[in-house]
Design a protein around this ligand. Structure first.
Ligand SMILES: Nc1ncnc2c1ncn2[C@@H]1O[C@H](COP(=O)(O)OP(=O)(O)OP(=O)(O)O)[C@@H](O)[C@H]1O
Length: 267
């Protein structure tokens, strides 16, 4: 068993990082309605690998609902496709299997388990066949890679509950990586983080975004200016504007929406 090339086995079993190369999220005519209230309407959105996309908009604009729709948590009509797979109408676990992962505003890690155990559990879906091939006690390569990517290698045996707030968010992102998510939808990943954690998170998102399709919902404008490749602005369930940070900052419709709210923090 020791002679088995785990990396080759990984590739064979579909954990190959190039599996979704050149893929993109394509949303067309997306609509979500709650008891007659339309939270998301006529949304078209295309996000490609290597284009770190930020999704912004005032409270209630429909950003989280859009993510909920793409990940199957709320019913939607229209289309959202990733990797050639239509996501709308699928069950959440099938959407996850299609390579789509998300984080929530509050990190949801198992606090009493170690960093490594959290990642191992997240890798569970693919664990069975790998367990058959793996040397006893060895950490799966996909978990090692995720630990390294999110910068938690030194904390692998630390219970998640004692991690700093930022580190918990990184662990959650690591869990998406071991699940082989190639479309990552991150809901306010830097909320509550220190400045240093924000910068590290931005660098992490850049690293991940070069290999995967990443959409970040964020209110933090300084963070956006530092790390966004492109921005989609939502307002009242619709896409109001899209472009570079410079373009949306200078879009009169965007300025009006932000100045017309108590947020008013888009300079
Ligand atoms: N389950 C639900 N039932 C009814 N209305 C909902 C539900 N979820 C969201 N909404 C409504 O849909 C609208 C969009 O909410 P959503 O949370 O997507 O906005 P958001 O842009 O993410 O806002 P925030 O920045 O405050 O998180 C809001 O008016 C909200 O009250």
């Amino acid at each position: 068993m020791n002679d088995i090339d785990i990396a080759a086995a990984d590739a064979l079993l579909g954990t190959d990082a190039t599996r979704f190369r050149h893929d993109y999220l394509e949303v067309r005519g997306l609509r979500v309605e709650f008891d007659g209230f339309v939270a998301v309407r006529d949304v078209d959105l295309t996000v490609t690998q290597g284009d770190l996309r930020f999704l912004i908009g005032p409270n209630g604009a429909g950003k989280t609902t859009l993510i909920d729709a793409v990940t199957g948590l709320v019913r939607a009509t229209g289309s959202a496709a990733f990797g050639g797979t239509e996501l709308i109408g699928r069950a959440t676990h099938r959407i996850a299997r299609a390579g789509v992962g998300r984080t929530f505003q509050t990190a949801s890690v198992f606090e009493e388990l170690t960093v490594l155990q959290n990642l191992d559990i997240a890798a569970g879906a693919r664990r069975r066949p790998l367990t058959l091939l793996r040397r006893r006690g060895a950490t799966p390569p996909v978990v090692e890679r995720a630990l390294e990517t999110v910068g938690l290698t030194a904390l692998r045996d630390t219970p998640a509950g004692v991690l700093a707030h930022g580190q918990k968010q990184w662990l959650e992102i690591g869990m998406l990586l071991v699940q082989d998510a190639h479309l990552l939808l991150l809901d306010e990943p830097v909320a509550g983080m220190t400045q240093a954690e924000r910068e590290e998170t931005g660098e992490l998102l850049r690293r991940i975004g070069s290999q995967r399709v990443v959409v970040v919902v964020e209110h933090d404008m300084e963070f956006l200016r530092s790390f966004a490749d492109s921005v989609t602005v939502m307002h009242q369930g619709r896409v109001l504007a899209e472009g570079t940070v410079h373009e949306v900052q200078n879009d009169p419709a965007v300025v009006e929406v932000y100045l017309g709210t108590t947020e008013g923090d888009l300079p």
